[in-house]
Design a binder for this molecule. Structure first.
Ligand code: UDP
Length: 344
């Protein structure tokens, strides 16, 4: 049985991945500083898996604390590094916070992995590295050009990918998998864990479910004059549980020594583009809940359309994100109802 260190393991994608790892028989150690998560998530994980995972309330930038952790768990086989600040707007306001949190923590981790003989790391990257791909690059595969980041947050993902490549180049025993996520949505089918947005949500789905729950008056749709079939933006929305399962597959590939390259890159998406209006209409259809919305102007920095070519992940990881959108949206609504104590 392997031991996996999961940083940010109480966060949205981290917690769903911890559940899948545990259900596949891995031992997990979670490191999380609770900056954008709560300790109740640990109880949710325990309720789903019937096991309490090891948890350390620690900041990945705390070298001394992290060193103590590596000493306490000498059996760590791999790291999955989720811990990061992720609000694009905040990163524009507080770039240094983002560079410290997101870059510093990876450096600390890699130094300690090196010192403690841990040779495997899976990193949470993002499709933001592609910016708006040219039409000829849609759907976007892993070889599409990387575009200049539009925010410090986006830049931290690019710089982190480069740090991992440079470190792997210098240390041939280090294996790296870079997972570029498209738009993760939904919650665990048990409704025991899910997304916990901080304040007013920036992302579409939490805004949709909070509006349906009456927490927000109306959803603002940012633009209906894009060059897309219905005028709204197109994204590749991937079910968070499917995404979590991809991490387990990537990890197993590494641990079994099956990687073709020292640094492997995978796009994690469904391979299908869905518009904002399609999300709104499908949500209304499957939940039967009223969802007031208004079309407003475009949001600055928004990309018109992007969706994944996930062929490589489908083939090499033997994985597919195939949960129907209707089920995913239902899971998001079940979670919101649970959070707000809304009866059936
Ligand atoms: N969006 C919207 N209203 C909102 C939040 C998002 O219309 O309140 C749109 C946004 O313009 C984009 C899509 O929903 O087209 C996904 O936005 P999100 O912020 O979730 O993801 P990202 O833009 O980072 O891909």
């Amino acid at each position: 049985m392997s031991r996996i260190l999961v940083t940010g393991g109480l966060g949205y994608i981290g917690s769903h991945t911890v559940v899948e790892l545990m259900q596949q028989g891995h031992n997990v150690v979670i490191v999380d500083n609770l900056s954008n998560s709560t300790i109740e998530v640990l109880e949710g994980i325990e309720a789903i898996t019937n096991t309490k995972p090891c948890f350390e309330n620690l900041d990945c930038n705390d070298y001394v604390g992290m060193e103590r952790l590596f000493n306490s768990y000498p059996d760590i086989d791999a790291v999955i590094h989720f811990a990061a600040s992720k609000a694009v707007g905040e990163s524009v306001e507080k770039p240094l916070l983002y560079y410290r949190n997101n870059i510093g923590s990876l450096v600390v981790l890699l130094e300690l992995m090196n010192a403690h003989g841990v040779h495997n790391i899976v990193f949470s990257s993002s499709c933001t590295v592609y910016g708006q791909p040219d039409e000829k690059h849609l759907p976007v595969d892993e070889n599409a050009p990387i575009q200049k980041a539009l925010s410090p947050y986006g830049n931290t993902k690019q710089v982190n990918e480069q740090i991992l490549r440079d470190t792997a180049h210098a240390n041939k025993s280090l294996n790296v998998v870079l997972l570029r996520y498209f738009n993760p949505i939904g919650a665990h089918p048990t409704a025991l864990i899910g997304e916990l947005p901080n304040g007013i949500p920036n992302n579409l789905l939490p805004y949709v479910t909070q509006t349906a729950a009456g927490v927000r008056n109306e959803l603002k749709i940012f633009g209906d004059d894009y060059n897309t079939p219905d005028g709204s933006c197109i994204r590749d929305y991937i079910y968070v549980v499917d995404l979590a399962k991809a991490h387990v597959k990537a990890l197993q590939r590494m641990l079994h020594g099956e990687c073709d390259e020292q640094v492997e890159v995978y796009n994690l998406g469904t391979g299908h583009g869905v518009s904002v209006f399609e999300i709104v209409n499908t949500f209304k259809e499957v939940t039967g809940v009223n969802l007031p919305y208004v079309v407003v102007g475009r949001r600055e920095g928004d990309i018109e359309q992007v969706w994944a070519d996930a062929t490589k992940a489908n083939a090499k990881l033997n994985w597919k994100a195939d949960t129907p959108l209707a089920d995913v949206l239902k899971s998001a609504w079940e979670w919101e109802k649970k959070l707000r104590n809304i009866a059936e």
